[in-house]
Design a protein around this ligand. Sequence first.
Ligand SMILES: [Zn+2]
Length: 553
Amino acid sequence: MAYQVLYRTYRPSKFSEVVGQEFVIKTLVNAIKNNKIAHAYLFAGPRGTGKTTIAKLFAKAINCEHFLDEACDECENCKAYLEGNHPDIIELDAASNNGVDDVREIIDQVPYAPLIGKYKVYIIDEVHMLSTQAFNALLKTLEEPPAHVIFIFATTDPQKVIPTVLSRCQRYNFSKLSLFEIKKRTSEVLNMEKIPYDEKAVDEIARMAEGGMRDALSILEQCLAYNPDELRISDIEKIFGLTSTKDEVEMFLKIHQNQISEVISDLRSMYSKGVDTKRLALDLLEICKDSLIYSDQGKETLLSKISPVEAQEIINTVSVQKLLKDAKNLEEVISREKQNENFLVYLELCLVKMASGNTDVVLPVESPVGKQKETVEIKETKKEKVEKVVEEKQKIQESFVVEPETDFLLSILLDANKDLKINDQIIYNKLDLFRYEPEKRKFYQLLIGTELFASNKDAIIVCGNKTQANNINTKSFNEELYQFINEEFGIDKMVYGIDNDKKNELISLYKSTPASKRNKPVYVEKYKIEKQKELSEEEKLINIFGEGVRVEE
Ligand SMILES: [Zn+2]
């Protein structure tokens, strides 16, 4: 039996089967009924929210001969669609076919009438990835489209679509699905597959999917590949590098028991094993919330994550004021994640803050001078301890960051070309695939939020903020990243991180370089980080004059 991935098997074949996006569907259905179909549509919204699915269903519906709220599934057009070979529904994935030739190939066919349907429908997925030339080629057709042609563009990044295209489209914004919608559909799929499951496991999948139904089903798929007979929360934790609630409660207690250095080193090792740190922060917040509710209400039924025993232990150790402060700190750090900042650093600082908040309440209001002094001293030492941990951590990190030299980066730029860059862009186009892969998630975390700046035949320069650049240039990460892109994409290049300041500096240096020196292949020896080490005088001479100068011993 041929195996089909879940999200394909359970891809809706009718509007009524689509999860969420009721408003979009209603408007589209009305447009068909009232015969008010536009020539170009833009479906914008986060991944996995149904853009391509609805585009296909719309293409089927407008060609159906007996449309009535849904396509009939019986006419010649519907049958061709259901068999997956309707000749007038043409799809292009701009993530992998973004060149001008790819676009020309399809628009050359635009003038010809549809073969069996009323309309020729072109569905272009991830349209923002088309090259400028490809966009321009498309634009000519969009300006004067034949009556029988409809374009549906889908994009996760509408701000990257050029305004002249945007202004010719009817735009629909797709929203993320709610936890409830995702849970409902995931349970339905499990029931149809006759697989037993715990509610907690489905909850966790819905949370991890972050509003995308396709993500939910691919997460489910990976779980079932691991254990095809049942879906259990313990398996999900194992597969996705989630920490168990028991470990998280332990961590939470340790933070408040003055064991912060241990917590930080645990966190570091979790990160290197690919544990999802954002998930961890959200879980700690939920532990906080549960404990607060339990301390106030004492009701078991209101606990969503931890057991009453765990809640009691936390309340015995951590005061309500501290829990409130913790919640505030955690909320703050979680909001950082959305800005694609380096999350690990902020999470570590947050935990340190939580631990140091612990010392604030020690000071007694009225006490003999001597005793007060003693308490102050204790407070100081604890504070010092925390500062020391942070300081040491920063030192360790900095010592392994090997910042590439400006001259070297410039030589890459002078040798860079656009084709190589387009080629290497595949790393970013496919980055999402690694988001839920336990072993490779760290590369997703390392690169997400950065962008490809330049490529030559030996190297790639990516631009992000200072922390992101430092992380990429950190010796151990950098070596692993080199291996990763080599194994996954067959790209044998080193990756160098720069921040915006460096980027601007490089651009102005590049501009001031005479045109005759640009884009000429300058031979750059494959740059290995080890070569950055200071060379001895003798080695420098050997580099220039050869072995002959070596001093005989
Ligand atoms: Zn039909």
